[in-house]
Design a binder for this molecule. Structure first.
Ligand code: SF4
Ligand code: SF4
Length: 659
């Protein structure tokens, strides 16, 4: 019995013409990829923090898990298109190997091969139809479609349908065993009733149409939205390698581009899926920031500035500064909450990009909000953003016996108080409670007192790298002088910066062990050194600070503290933990005015009120301050109040009036 197989170039004359066209398409393709790679490599190098997280990489790249989360239809659509495309592409590669290197596509192997291609073709067509259903019938929230999206989708659909049709014509004109069981054969059988000569002509015609459009796709790929096929896995790989985009001031002065290699890849990885926009607190508050547009716009400027042929868009290098300026104030609205990064299926860190744009703006002497300028001046002059004199930095501790390094305290562990708990009169009680709880637990520590300089987290986030570096080195010098090896940070912003960013600057900072106060309090409760005994009958909801949660993965420690307090009933807001909604205070936003009708923090407080909680608890002075203001401005004073975790714990542990 004859074995089923497919003869390549069956019924096709001038096959040499196909090879010439294929060679041209391949040349254009490789040239395009080469230019893309040149663009990516034109960025500066990041610092690497660790090895590759293979599990995360597999989940995100092969199973595209980021696309499925919260959007099953979008995930299914992409999965069908992606795997349909990959299998069909591999089918073409195998067919070429079969024709030129060794023949293996016959018999059962051929049957498996052809059925797989049929399934892949059907998956691709179904995926594209779903993409249109999602866009125009389901109308997913905030979905954005531009002409280029149609070009890509319709070209793919055309190639899939013509391939299917061409295969049916071939099976009809040149039947082999199993032909009749193929769907393509049956479709053509149902619609085609011409002579054999006509059949052969139609097959030739559609073979060339299919081949030319496929070769066009190959050539077009590096210059289209399809570039994300390469850029997205590259970006996710870099992301899983734990790179940090960080330059010291000296390094920044030497680089010739605003962006790192990783960041340049991000621009090409974006698929404009809009997930970032949906979760962005600034967009939610109807402020003019759009993370998706930001990536698109800044990406265009970066490509324009690169001047690389076929990468550089119409905007040339001269337009770069003009275009960056056109982003106007929007760059200051980002709270650096990283929610966009959390939901981005291809691992784009928009706040990282925005930080670089801010740094470029500051470096070029561009416009900076007045309040931000004043904050920077205050940090420069007083080492704190609140214009508090250096001499008043320990006022919070009045009446308490707090060990201070400069006064001879003998400890390797520093309680890093931070500027806001030190100077903000509403929050000084947080520092006092923390000290009383730690001392009550006989926990060894000391503070830097008046010598402590601002951690400068928001200085770095607004892009003032020079000032950040200066202040960071002042603190690092203090840590060295007093032989400090462990830091307990009261504020999540200080915790994040000392833990993740000081360590990038020099070896001594790398040796620091940095923990957040909630981790310490949780441990002391578990060890029985802090005993919450007094009942505090309250329904509480916990607001995850972005710099503790999303940025550093600490979700359970504060919740465990609350659960340990007798009488406290913990209820969760719909957006909590990784999905937590920002209070609007990070990334220097405390110093940026907004004209939006509703403040970000008011949206959050409304969400907390919805849970029926009497108190919204947090573990960050910035969140506390923002939420507390929102309770007042939003008219929620008779419904809910704001407390810090340590404050609630102190109510259960300390004697009233003892801190
Ligand atoms: S940045 Fe990420 S989440 Fe936002 S549109 Fe692009 S791919 Fe989607
Ligand atoms: S980091 Fe937060 S505020 Fe900034 S763009 Fe992303 S989601 Fe919006």
């Amino acid at each position: 019995m004859e074995q089923p197989y497919r003869e390549v170039f069956w019924n096709i004359s001038y096959s040499w013409l196909f090879y010439i066209l294929a060679a041209v398409a391949s040349l254009v393709f490789f040239y395009g990829i080469y230019k893309r790679a040149a663009f990516w490599m034109s960025g500066w190098s990041e610092r690497r923090n660790g090895g590759v997280d293979l599990k995360r990489l597999t989940k995100k790249v092969l199973f595209t898990s980021g696309i499925f989360s919260d959007d099953i239809m979008g995930g299914t659509t992409h999965f069908l298109i992606m795997w349909g495309f990959i299998v069909l592409f591999l089918g073409t590669v195998l067919s070429t190997i079969d024709h030129w290197i060794f023949h293996f596509l016959e018999g059962k192997v051929y049957i498996v091969y052809s059925v797989s291609l049929d399934i892949a073709g059907a998956a691709l067509i179904t995926g594209i139809i779903l993409a249109y259903v999602r866009r125009y019938i389901v109308k997913r929230k905030n979905m954005v479609t531009i002409v280029k999206d149609h070009v890509v989708l319709l070209l793919l659909l055309f190639i899939a349908i013509t391939g299917f049709f061409m295969e049916g014509l071939r099976l009809h004109a040149n039947p082999v065993p199993w032909s009749e069981s193929r769907v393509a054969y049956r479709v053509v059988d149902a619609i085609f009733h011409g002579s054999r000569a006509h059949l052969l002509f139609e097959h030739r015609l559609w073979w060339w149409i299919h081949s030319i459009s496929s070769l066009f796709l190959v050539a077009y790929l590096p210059f289209s939205k399809f570039i994300h096929i390469f850029a997205a896995p590259t970006n996710l790989t870099l992301d899983s390698m734990n790179y940090t985009s960080f330059l010291t001031l000296d390094e920044r002065e030497k680089v010739t581009t605003d962006f790192s290699k990783h960041q340049l890849v991000m621009f090409d990885a974006c698929t404009r899926c809009n997930r970032c926009q949906v979760v962005c607190p600034s967009s939610n508050a109807r402020e003019p920031l759009s993370p998706r547009m930001m990536i698109e716009e800044v990406g265009n400027y970066a490509r324009g500035a690169s001047g690389i042929p076929f990468v550089s868009s119409k905007r040339d290098a001269d337009q770069h500064d003009k275009a960056t300026a056109s982003l106007g104030d929007t760059i200051w609205y980002c709270t650096t909450c990283n929610n966009c990064y959390e939901v981005c299926p291809v691992g784009i860190n928009t706040s990282d990009i925005i930080r670089e744009v801010r740094a470029a703006r500051i470096e070029s002497g561009g416009e900076v909000p007045v309040n931000v300028q004043e904050m920077l001046e205050s940090v420069y002059k007083f080492k704190n953003p609140w214009q508090g004199s250096k001499g008043k930095r320990m006022d919070w501790a009045e009446g308490l016996d707090v060990p201070v390094f400069s006064k001879g305290a003998d400890s390797k562990r520093c309680l890093f108080v931070g500027c806001t708990p030190a100077y903000d009169t509403r929050l000084q009680s947080v520092a006092r409670n923390v000290v009383s709880l730690l001392e009550g637990a006989d926990y060894d520590f000391a503070v830097l007192g008046k010598e402590e300089a601002c951690c400068s987290e928001f200085v770095r986030e607004v892009g003032e790298d020079g000032l950040f570096t200066e202040l960071a080195y002042q603190n690092i010098d203090l840590f060295e002088r007093y032989g400090i090896t462990e830091i307990v940070a009261v504020c999540p912003h200080g915790f994040h910066t000392l833990r993740n960013e000081y360590g990038l600057m020099e070896d001594s900072a790398k040796r620091l062990d940095v923990v957040h106060i909630t981790e310490v309090l949780e441990r002391l409760i578990a060890d029985g050194r802090i005993k919450p005994t007094r009942e505090v009958p309250l329904v509480a909801t916990y607001h995850d600070p972005c710099f503790l949660g999303r940025r550093n993965g600490i979700y359970d420690a504060p919740r465990n503290i609350l659960r340990a307090i007798p009488g406290v009933k913990l209820v969760e807001m719909p957006r909590s933990r990784e999905k937590s909604f920002c209070c609007g205070g990070g990334g220097g936003r405390m110093w940026v005015e907004s004209n939006a009708d509703e403040k970000i923090a008011e949206i959050r407080v409304a969400e907390a009120v919805e849970t029926g909680a009497e108190v919204v608890v947090t573990a960050c002075p910035f969140c506390f301050s923002n939420l507390d203001d929102a309770v007042k401005t939003g008219g929620y004073e008779d419904k809910i109040k704001v407390m810090d975790v340590s404050e609630l714990l102190a109510e259960s542990v300390l004697e009233p009036g003892s801190s």
